[in-house]
Design a protein around this ligand. Structure first.
Ligand code: PLP
Length: 383
C-alpha cells in the first residue's frame, strides 16, 4: 500500500465551480473574490477578509499594513513554517524568538514578557498544526504592552480557542490554502481583520497599491501583485462550503490514529489543550520516545518509506535554518524545548479522505519498524 503524506479532496461541485469561472468573462478581479472573502470572514468571525495569492503574502501584507519596519522587533515562535518569520525579514523587522511549550508546541506565554524590549512592536503567534496558541493570554499581554497582535492561523482554519475562532483574535490573522491545508485554492491565502483601515491597506497593496477609484494606472502606495484569481476563489468557496464536514472527517482520522497509536510502544500522540473548543487538524504529528536518537528517526522515516508510508520531519526550527544562523548567529541550544521537540517529531500521512484501512496500515507499519529497533538495540520489546 502507498500512502502519501497529504492529498487534496476535490469533488464534482469543486470542478463545476472552477469550470463556471472558465466559461465566464472574469478570470480575475471578478465576483468570485468578494464571495470567497465574505465566507472567509464568517469562518473567522471577523468584519473583513482580503484574499491573496498565498499565506505568505497575507502575512507580508499584515506586517506592512501595521507599519512594521527596520529597527522594530516582533516576538514569535521558532517552531513553525519558515514563512511566519520570513514575513518579518521582508520588512527588515527582527524576529525575536521565544521558546515553545513542550505539550502543545505553541509559544510559551510565560516567557514572552521577558523578551519584550523598547523596540518590540508586536507579537506574532502561530497556531501550530491547527492547535490554537493561548490566544486570550497573548492578546492580554499585547494589550498590556501596547503591542500589535498578529495571528498566523494558516494551519488552523476553523479551530476555536475558548469558543472563539482562530484568526480573529488579534489585529489581523492569516489563513493559507495550499493543497495540504484544510481547504485549498491551489495556491492562496487571506487576511482576516476587524480593522477597516488594515483591510483597506491590504486591499490596496495586494493590487499594486491602487486606490479605491477606477484609475487603473493610479498608485497611491507601494504595492504588490498578490492578487488571487477568480478561478482559485471559486474553488475555495466550493471547498469552504464543506468545511464542517472536512473538519469532522479529519477529527475522525486523528481519533483513529490516537486509539491505535496508544497501543504502540515508543510513540507519543499529540496532546490537545482542554481550552481548544474545536480542533481543526492540519497535520498529525507524533513524537518518538526519548530513547530514539536523531539517526534512528532518519532510519525510521526511510523504513516507513520502503513500506510505502510517506512521513516528514516537522518542523526544522526556524532559528537553525542556515540563513537565520548566518544572519542572527543562532546556535543549537538557543531554544532547547523547540530543538528537543523538533528532533523527535514525525508527521504521519494525514488527509481528509484518509480511510480507516489506511490508518491501520500506517500504524502497523510504524509498529513493525519500531519493533525492529527494539530488537536492534535490545531495548524493551514492544507492548
Ligand atoms: C502554510 C503556512 C503558511 C503560508 O504558506 P503559503 O505556502 O505561503 O500559503 C504560513 N505559516 C504557516 C505556519 C503555514 O503552515
Amino acid at each position: 500500500m502507498n500512502i502519501p503524506l497529504s492529498a487534496q479532496w476535490i469533488d464534482a461541485s469543486d470542478e463545476a465551480a472552477v469550470l463556471s469561472v472558465l466559461r465566464s468573462s472574469h478570470l480575475s478581479l471578478g465576483p468570485r473574490i468578494p464571495e470567497f472573502e465574505a465566507s472567509l470572514a464568517s469562518v473567522a468571525g471577523t468584519a473583513h477578509a482580503v484574499a491573496v495569492n498565498s499565506g505568505t503574502s497575507a502575512l507580508h501584507l499584515i506586517v506592512r499594513a501595521l507599519g512594521l519596519g527596520r529597527g522594530d522587533e516582533v516576538i514569535t515562535t521558532p517552531f513553525s513554517f519558515i514563512a511566519s518569520a520570513n514575513c518579518l525579514l521582508f520588512e527588515g523587522v527582527r524576529p525575536v524568538f521565544v521558546d515553545i511549550r513542550d505539550d502543545t508546541c505553541n509559544i510559551d506565554t510565560t516567557r514572552i514578557e521577558g523578551a519584550i524590549t523598547p523596540r518590540t512592536r508586536a507579537i506574532l503567534a502561530v497556531d501550530a498544526f491547527g492547535q490554537p496558541a493561548e490566544l486570550d493570554t497573548l492578546r492580554e499581554i499585547a494589550r498590556r504592552h501596547r503591542l500589535s497582535f498578529i495571528e498566523d492561523s494558516c494551519e488552523a482554519l476553523g479551530s476555536e480557542w475558548k469558543g472563539r475562532r482562530c484568526g480573529g483574535w488579534g489585529d489581523a490573522g492569516a489563513f493559507a490554502f495550499y493543497p495540504n491545508k484544510q481547504i485549498t485554492t491551489g495556491e492562496g491565502g487571506c487576511i482576516v481583520t476587524n480593522s477597516d483601515e488594515l483591510a483597506r491597506l491590504c486591499h490596496s497593496m495586494r493590487n499594486q497599491g491602487r486606490g479605491e477609484t477606477d484609475d487603473w494606472l493610479g498608485h497611491e502606495r507601494l504595492g504588490y501583485n498578490y492578487r488571487i484569481s477568480d478561478i482559485n476563489c471559486a474553488l475555495g468557496s466550493s471547498q469552504l462550503q464543506r468545511l464542517d464536514s472536512i473538519i469532522e472527517r479529519r477529527a475522525q482520522v486523528a481519533a483513529w490514529y490516537n486509539v491505535r497509536l496508544n497501543r504502540v510502544h515508543g510513540v507519543i500522540i499529540p496532546w490537545i489543550a482542554p481550552d481548544v473548543t474545536r480542533m481543526s487538524w492540519f497535520v498529525y504529528v507524533v513524537r518518538l520516545a526519548g530513547w530514539f536518537s536523531m539517526e534512528d528517526r532518519e532510519l525510521i522515516i526511510d523504513r516507513l518509506a520502503e513500506l510505502g508510508v510517506q512521513t516528514r520531519r516537522y518542523f526544522t526550527p526556524i532559528h537553525l535554518q542556515r540563513f537565520y544562523v548566518k544572519e542572527f548567529g543562532y546556535a543549537p541550544g538557543s531554544f532547547p524545548v523547540t530543538e528537543r521537540v523538533a528532533r523527535r517529531t514525525i508527521a504521519l500521512p494525514f488527509f481528509t479522505t484518509m480511510t480507516e484501512e489506511q490508518v491501520n496500515y500506517v500504524v502497523e507499519s510504524l509498529d513493525t519498524v519500531l519493533a525492529g529497533f527494539a530488537e536492534d538495540y535490545g531495548r524493551q520489546s514492544i507492548r
